[in-house]
Design a protein. Structure first.
Lengths: 107, 515
């Protein structure tokens, strides 16, 4: 899976994987890469590899259930204080990992 | 009675009235109006005239500094001069008209906020808030932590109101800064009552205690031209503002060396003010802002404040404050900041938030935070070394933010960011850390001066009692925001007027009994 596919898949989350990803606005690839790299830099001790992240975030692949699961996980992160603060933006750890996945995936 | 200019009175005149109000600002004039048509004679002693006079305003000059918990201090001298107005109508001449009822939490005893707790509850204040709202010709405020829909603009419920709610703000036109003609009618009106005399250019230079120190004997009055007068009343109300009330009590030291009402060394302490905390560095893509990704809410209820319309801010509930052991705060939304250079990272995180939260939100808005300045005895008004044209020591203000204040701000930023994200409504940006807080505060301080004659039933913990009477001085009361034990995040005018209504009722009962 290349970065473009990852980003299009993320962009398709709102409508589910069955929606034509290309018809939805994409997530800015350069921005996603930069945030992802910042997440990786902020967590040097973690074993953050594309395969591991994909397995962690999208164990069953890009399915319609992935969106709901990720939303639940993001909410749980905010509730539990698992955060990634990037340039003042308060993001969930899961969002940081999604961006990291984009950064680790070949462009 | 017509206005009387103290400069035109023969020297050594004695002004006599049942009730003498020192200060013709919003509090003093509102109090006097409550007595219009009564059988009691009322004298209002106002330092200034109807028009602004630089020489009179100069009496407000003094020293000032703002200090943070690390000890770093910033010069703040102009603030004590620029943040108030010494003339008939007082700082109401430049007031923006924003009206806020303090939250129930502000009146509560909060164990994690030392010095918190008013001797009156928010519910008990409701009738006085209603009267003050009527006076200011604004809608009345509900008593609780209530999300409001105002004029068809619905509130955004963030977390079921557990931690944050939408607190209303209204604007009054009864302000010299908004509608000068209307305010002129209001500030001149007390003098139309047969039993009220308003003395202009009448500076009170000392609250003269009786030899037994249990009450005031008289007031010493002076004009800038050198005339000296006295004023005697049955009851006196000090209403010269949150800084000047303390200054005059401290400077009235010919009988009690520590000043009037200062046996517990509390006069001038616990000064509280309000500052705005925001970043607006668009060139570098740094701004306090929020991205609302979902909710389908246009947020006009929150951003319309900049247009002078009734609006709401987000505020932590009492339960929310308790859970974080933090003080009160507000988050105010404003229309989106101007676009800076292209920012791919912002684009990406907003786009991902859209996907995760469902999209359909209001998009980007600017925002700023305000945090409660908690009661702190080191934050204080004292007498400086220099004297003014009347021979009174000039004021010295040391505005001190504590570790708890800044920790509370950080906690509120985090809690709001987390609440937005958890609710799937959006994301918050606050691109600053504590090292920038003091500069932010010093650069955006409001004209709210509170706490320097704080109210408490216990004379060891407050300057005035639950009615506003100075502890140990039987016939001296204080009106205005200096009596606030805590300051919340509300513009203080509505609350100080509500407290003035309450004081007036008390005085009517007490003076009737005395008669």
């Amino acid at each position: 899976m290349d970065r473009r596919t990852v980003l299009m898949a993320l962009a398709s989350l709102a409508a589910g994987a069955a929606a034509p990803a290309a018809a939805l606005p994409q997530i800015d690839p350069e921005g996603a890469r930069r945030i992802g790299q910042a997440y990786l830099d902020a967590h040097p001790g973690r074993r953050l590899e594309a395969g591991r992240l994909q397995a962690d975030l999208l164990a069953d692949g890009w399915t319609p259930e992935a969106a709901a699961r990720l939303r639940t996980r993001v909410a749980a992160d905010f509730r539990a204080g698992r955060l990634f603060v990037h340039r003042g933006w308060w993001l969930s750890d899961t969002e940081g990992r999604l961006f990291a996945l984009a950064a680790l995936t070949p462009g | 009675m017509p206005f009387i200019d103290a400069r035109d009175l023969p020297g050594d005149s004695e002004i006599v009235a049942d009730l003498i109000v020192i200060g013709g600002g919003l509090a003093g004039l509102a109090l006097a109006r409550q007595w219009a048509g009564s059988r009691r004679s009322v004298a209002v002693l106002e330092s200034g005239g109807k028009a602004f006079d630089p020489a009179t305003q100069d009496l407000y000059r003094g020293e000032g500094s703002m200090r943070g918990p690390g000890g770093e201090a910033r010069p703040f001298g102009d603030y004590v001069h620029q943040s108030r107005r010494r003339m008939l109508g007082g700082s109401g001449m430049v007031w923006g008209g924003k009206c806020v009822a303090l939250d129930p939490a502000d009146f509560a005893q909060r164990g994690w906020v030392p010095g918190s707790g008013w001797p009156v509850s928010r519910a008990q204040m409701q009738p006085y808030y209603d009267r003050a709202s009527d006076l200011l010709e604004i809608p009345r405020f509900p008593a609780g932590e209530t999300d409001l829909e105002i004029e068809g603009r619905p509130a955004l419920v963030i977390d079921g109101r557990r931690r944050f709610f939408s607190a209303a703000r209204h604007y009054s036109k009864l302000s010299g800064g908004v509608d000068r003609a209307r305010y002129d009618r209001w500030r001149f009106a007390p003098a139309e009552a047969a039993n009220i005399t308003v003395y202009l250019n009448a500076n009170v230079t000392e609250l003269k205690l009786r030899a037994d120190r249990q009450g005031l004997e008289r007031l010493d009055v002076a004009t800038l031209e050198g005339r000296r007068h006295t004023a005697r009343g049955q009851t006196y109300v000090l209403a010269t503002g949150g800084i000047e009330n303390a200054r005059l009590l401290l400077a009235s030291n010919s009988v009690a060396k520590a000043g009037v009402g200062n046996d517990a060394d509390l006069v001038g302490r616990h000064f509280q003010g309000h500052s705005v905390f925001l970043v607006n560095d668009l060139a570098r893509g740094r701004a306090t802002s929020a991205y609302f990704s979902a909710g389908g809410n246009p947020l006009r209820l929150y951003t319309d404040g900049v247009r002078g319309l009734s609006h709401c801010v987000f505020a932590p509930t009492l339960a929310g404050q308790r859970g974080r052991r933090a003080g009160n705060a507000t988050i105010t939304l404003v229309p989106p900041p101007s676009k800076g250079p292209p920012d791919p990272e912002r684009q990406a995180l907003e786009q991902l938030a859209d996907r995760l939260d469902g999209g359909g939100g209001a998009g980007e808005v600017g925002c700023f935070f305000m945090t409660e300045h908690m009661p702190n005895p080191e934050s204080r008004v004292t007498l400086g070394g220099a004297s003014d044209a009347l021979g009174l020591p000039r004021v010295k203000l040391e505005w001190v933010w504590s570790e708890a204040d800044f920790r509370s701000l950080e906690s509120t930023v985090a809690a709001f960011g987390r609440a937005l994200g958890e609710a799937g409504l959006g994301r918050l940006s606050f691109p600053a850390d504590r090292s920038a807080f003091l500069a932010m505060a010093a650069g955006s301080s409001s004209r709210h001066h509170m706490g320097t004659t704080r109210m408490h039933r216990d004379p060891a913990k407050g300057v005035v009692d639950e009615h506003g009477r100075v502890h140990g001085v039987s016939n001296l009361y204080v009106a205005g925001s200096s009596v606030f034990p805590t300051s919340g995040i509300g513009n203080p005018t509505l609350t100080l007027l509500a407290m003035t209504m309450r004081l007036s009722d008390h005085l009517k009962t007490r003076m009737k009994e005395a008669a």
